[in-house]
Each structure stands twice: as structure tokens, then as C-alpha cells.
Design a protein around this ligand. Structure first.
Ligand SMILES: Nc1ncnc2c1ncn2[C@@H]1O[C@H](COP(=O)(O)OP(=O)(O)OP(=O)(O)O)[C@@H](O)[C@H]1O
Length: 312
């Protein structure tokens, strides 16, 4: 369990994190989503005691990081996968970490096995691919068998196989009952990985909810209806207080679900050729909700929104 209350971090004139409160529960993967520069890494560093909040606080299992007696046994983190001594082997790197944290040496081979690095454990970590480095970073995070795991942009730069591996691995950790908090600006990836979302923009909380709720709340849910009797259908739907727009030979209806629309059409003996709910995507929801919170507008956001809209 992670609990942030009024968490704030100021760097000179930059308010990187602004009065942020949220909580992350065990047994689920929680995504930490926000545009570039939103304050995700700063928040993660404060959770891990690597940066001090200007005000507010964040607790792990009820304790501040500095109050944890053996931090690695409570919380493990993958912040920067390339943070290893390049000439050390994977095993030597983990042995050094285990020793300095009073973790039994036998645990090293266990975590190497867990992340699938046993066969390359004796090789120089400096020669590892990004995917292997990520696995080594995850092995390090798991050394103390912690209840809480933080991953900062873990799939950045990975190939599809590496992305799939990380996604499945996170689900496994959550299924064990652990608290898994993972930051990303990749929305589609988060939709597949996380069942809960904490969304921030410009350092402030935008939303905390299930991924499902986030999408359905933000993206407009409409129903596309085609009929040879469009004018009559339009009239009866408007009378039922639906908002009706015309899109070529179809109507786009909001304010009524497809069941209700079908019933109204049947009651009025109107033939339907199509009745299809149009659900918004996570991308649309994200654009809509964080639109005003993107720190540096490049025009790409609008372009991306148009691409998403055109694909619907
Ligand atoms: N050490 C620092 N000194 C000064 N400003 C900083 C420092 N660290 C972060 N910032 C600023 O704080 C804001 C939040 O940065 P942060 O890296 O936390 O965002 P982020 O959401 O992780 O972004 P990204 O997705 O690009 O990694 C940015 O404006 C950044 O420039």
C-alpha cells in the first residue's frame, strides 16, 4: 500500500508535483499515467526517499521511507535499468546489492531464475541488451522479496517480446498480492497492463479510478444507428431526450444506450440496419482529460487525437 497526501515538490520556480494525494493498493497493477514532464519520476523518487517533498508526505505500508528498517524488504524499484557497474557480472552485481542490504546470498540465484537470467548470470552486465538490463533491474528490485514494487517507464525502448514479458511479469507480481505501481506515458500499454490508474498532469492529480471507469467516464460513448427511416428515427429519439447528430447516412446518438434505442425504434415500427455502440479509447480519454495539462504543446497531441478519431 502506498499513500501520498498533499505531496508537493518545488525545484526553484518549477512546481514539479503539486499537492498530490492518491493511494495504491495491493493485488493489482496500478498505472501512473501522465504526459512528459507531468511529475511521475519526481513522485517516484519521493516515494523512495531519493528526493524530499517540499511539503506533504508519502507512506509505504504506513511508514515514511526513512522509517523503514530494511527498505529493500519492503519496497523494490526499477528506476534506471542501466544503473549497473558495466564490468560486473549480473550475479556479482546482485551479490554486491544483497550483501550491502543484509540479504542472504542464496536469494541472488533465486531472483536470477525468476527473471530468466540464470544462463547469462556470469556475463558482464555492461554487454546486456536493454531487455536483459531491464530483467536485471527487476531482479535487483525483487532481492528483498518486497510487498511493494515501483517501475518507472519499464517498457521504454523494449521490443514487443520484452514488453510482453514485462506485462506478464507485473501481472504475476500483482497476483501474488503485491502492490505494483508502474509509470508510463504509453496509454495503450497501460490499458493492457493496469487495472487501476492514477493520472496526473502538471504535477496535479487528474483522476484516480479503475482503467475501465477512466475510459468510459472520459471518452464519449455514442451509438451509431443506420435506418432507411432516418428522419422518423431522429424525431422519436429526440423526443426521448437523446442528443442526435447526423454522420452521412447514419445517426450518432448520445444519451441513450443501444438497448433503449432498439426498443424505441421497435415501438415506432422503424427498421434498423445498424445499431452499434462506439466506445472511446484510452487515448481519446487521455487526450480529453489531460489536454490542458500538457506542459509543452507540440501540435502532436492534436494530430494524434485526429488520427485516433479518424480510426473510429
Ligand atoms: N532535479 C530537478 N531539477 C529541476 N527541475 C526538475 C528536476 N527534476 C524534474 N524537474 C522538473 O519537474 C517537472 C516534472 O519532471 P518529471 O521528470 O518528474 O516528469 P515525468 O512525468 O517523469 O516526465 P517524463 O515522462 O518526461 O519522464 C519537469 O518540469 C522537470 O523539468
Amino acid at each position: 500500500m502506498i499513500e501520498a497526501v498533499g505531496l508537493t515538490k518545488r525545484y526553484g520556480k518549477t512546481l514539479a508535483v503539486n499537492n498530490l494525494s492518491f493511494s495504491v493498493a495491493g493485488g493489482e497493477v496500478t498505472g501512473f499515467l501522465g504526459p512528459n514532464g507531468a511529475g511521475k519520476s519526481t513522485t517516484m523518487r519521493m516515494i523512495l526517499g531519493l528526493d524530499n517533498p517540499t511539503s506533504g508526505q508519502v507512506r509505504i505500508g504506513g511508514k515514511l521511507y526513512r522509517e523503514l528498517k530494511e527498505p529493500l524488504r519492503t519496497v523494490g524499484a526499477l528506476l534506471d535499468a542501466k544503473w549497473v557497474h558495466p564490468n560486473r557480472s549480473a550475479r556479482a552485481h546482485l551479490q554486491w546489492m544483497a550483501k550491502s542490504n543484509k540479504i542472504p546470498a542464496a536469494r541472488v540465484d533465486e531472483v536470477l531464475e525468476t527473471v530468466g537470467l540464470t544462463s547469462v548470470a556470469g556475463k558482464r552486465a555492461g554487454g546486456f541488451s536493454l531487455g536483459m538490463s531491464q530483467r536485471l533491474g527487476i531482479a535487483a528490485a525483487l532481492l528483498g522479496d518486497p510487498e511493494v514494487l515501483l517501475f518507472d517507464e519499464p517498457v521504454n525502448g523494449l521490443d514487443p517480446e520484452g514488453i510482453l514479458w514485462i506485462r506478464k511479469f507485473m501481472h504475476r507480481l500483482a497476483d501474488d498480492g503485491r502492490t505494483v505501481f508502474v509509470s508510463s506515458h504509453l496509454l495503450s500499454e497501460m490499458a493492457l497492463t493496469a487495472s487501476q490508474l492514477v493520472v496526473i498532469g502538471k504535477g496535479q492529480l487528474i483522476s484516480q479510478s479503475s482503467t475501465e471507469d477512466f475510459v468510459s467516464r472520459a471518452a464519449e460513448n455514442t451509438v451509431k444507428v443506420r435506418s432507411p427511416q432516418l428522419p422518423a428515427l431522429r424525431t422519436v429519439l429526440s423526443q426521448a431526450s437523446a442528443q442526435v447528430a447526423e454522420d452521412g447516412k447514419a445517426l450518432v446518438v448520445s444519451g441513450l444506450d443501444s438497448e433503449k434505442i432498439g426498443e424505441i425504434a421497435a415501438a415506432n415500427q422503424i427498421v434498423l440496419h445498424e445499431l452499434s455502440p462506439q466506445t472511446g479509447s484510452l487515448e481519446q480519454a487521455f487526450m480529453q482529460i489531460t489536454g490542458d495539462s500538457v506542459e509543452y504543446h507540440t501540435g502532436l497531441e492534436t494530430e494524434a487525437a485526429e488520427v485516433v478519431a479518424a480510426g473510429q
